[in-house]
Design a protein around this ligand. Structure first.
Ligand code: PLP
Length: 393
């Protein structure tokens, strides 16, 4: 349910057609509603917009470094929201999380060495190692149908370790299966990494988008000093506050040796964060909380609408487990027996993300982004309904 009075407007779709939006340019000139990339169709928090306006009014845009108030905003948010007290010296600023995944692969594995991850997963978890000649090793999740839960296949994970395994890429909360990892699961994963002497790269970009009020995010590096000393945590305000185009992310690396190795791998090839990026990040973490709370309420409403619509109106489409976090849903469309689900849904006016990029079997899954005004979601789902009816003959 939405709060009785919303202070922020999530209902009015911003004009994005004909703009620099990647999401909308993909289908320019075609009547296809883009519901693919993880970029929401909402204006960002007014606190961020105002901070950017003030920074632009300065008119000076030299090479930037974070000022103390920016670092303080990150440190205070992590302690207040997630109970994680970090030393500001642990922060390495980055222009994107995908950059962080690529740098991590290069810094902590040699060409031909292996990076483990759990699939389906956000595609760069698999492509980042391959970009630099490292090997991506995937361990598929298993569905615990009785409990409607995706789970880690611990035996398969153990069996996947070889003398060449160096790194583990974790997505917490997980895109696309929308799981929030529980403490016992994280502890078991941490013990696994310690036992096999792996560096743990924990992408926590979705950590401030927990939809299930009974759950909370546990930063992997807070589980204990042993795992903290081998962890790279990747964070950003981009998903939560809808500022992915501003390119501001951070790696938090408590161990000085690991941090130096990581920084060395960035030398000369990783661009600096801009002054606008720092301004947005500071405003998001310091002043964006009222907006985030209303966003979460709105997204919960969209999630419930989506789940209900799929169950009632889309025979042959399944959401097999609760959407605990993110604004992304993983739809099982295998019962529709479509050779190319993406082309089929595009033909009916909706642009979704192709499950095969996340490691799913061809024809089995698509991902939908429900971070949009309710009217957009309703329009997209009505089109999907027609597409499903057509597929079922
Ligand atoms: C798990 C995850 N990591 C990273 C990113 C992208 O990060 P960036 O745009 O900072 O490279 C996304 C975007 O959807 C994501 O879902």
């Amino acid at each position: 349910m939405l709060p009785a009075r919303m202070s922020f407007d999530f209902d009015t779709p911003p004009v994005r057609e004909g703009t620099d939006s990647q999401k909308w340019q993909k289908y320019a000139g075609r009547d296809i509603l883009p519901m693919w990339v993880a970029d929401m169709d909402f204006k960002s928090s007014p606190a961020i917009v105002e901070a950017l306006q003030r920074r632009v009014a300065d008119g000076v845009f030299g090479y930037a470094r974070p000022v103390k108030s920016t670092t303080d905003a990150v440190v205070e948010m992590l302690e207040r929201r997630h109970g994680w007290r970090i030393d500001p010296a642990w922060i390495v600023w980055l222009p994107g999380l995908v950059v962080g995944l690529n740098v991590t692969a290069q810094a902590f594995a040699q060409p031909g060495e292996e990076v483990l991850t759990l699939t389906p997963v956000y595609p760069p978890f698999m492509t980042a190692p391959r970009n630099s000649g490292r090997v991506s090793v995937r361990v598929p999740f298993v569905l615990n149908a009785a409990e409607s839960r995706w789970e880690i296949d611990w035996d398969a994970l153990e069996a996947a370790v070889t003398p060449k395994t160096r790194l583990f890429f974790l997505c917490n909360p997980h895109n696309p299966i929308a799981r929030v990892w529980r403490r016992d699961e994280l502890e078991r994963l941490a013990a696994f990494c310690v036992r096999h002497n792996l560096v743990l790269c924990s992408d926590e970009i979705h950590c401030d988008l927990i939809l299930d009020p009974a759950l909370s995010h546990i930063p992997t590096a807070t589980l204990g000093s042993e795992i903290a000393a081998r962890s790279i945590t990747l964070l950003a305000p981009s998903k939560t506050y809808n500022v992915p185009g501003l390119g501001t992310s951070l790696a938090i690396i408590p161990d000085a040796t690991l941090r130096a190795q990581f920084v060395r791998a960035t030398a000369g090839i990783v661009a600096e964060v801009t002054s606008l990026g720092f301004a947005a990040c500071e405003a998001a973490y310091r002043d964006g909380e009222p907006w985030r709370q209303e966003l979460l309420a709105y997204l919960r409403g969209n999630r419930d609408y989506l789940v209900d619509f799929v169950a009632r109106e889309l025979p042959g489409v399944k959401i097999v487990a609760p959407i605990e976090a993110t604004y992304l849903a993983w739809l099982d469309v295998s019962a529709l027996s479509l050779a190319d689900p993406i082309a089929h849904f595009e033909k009916h006016g909706v642009g979704l993300s192709d499950g095969t990029f996340f490691g799913a079997k061809p024809g089995s899954h698509v991902r939908i982004n429900f971070g949009c005004p309710r009217s957009t979601l309703e329009r997209g789902l009505a089109r999907i309904k027609t597409a499903v009816q057509q597929a079922r003959g």
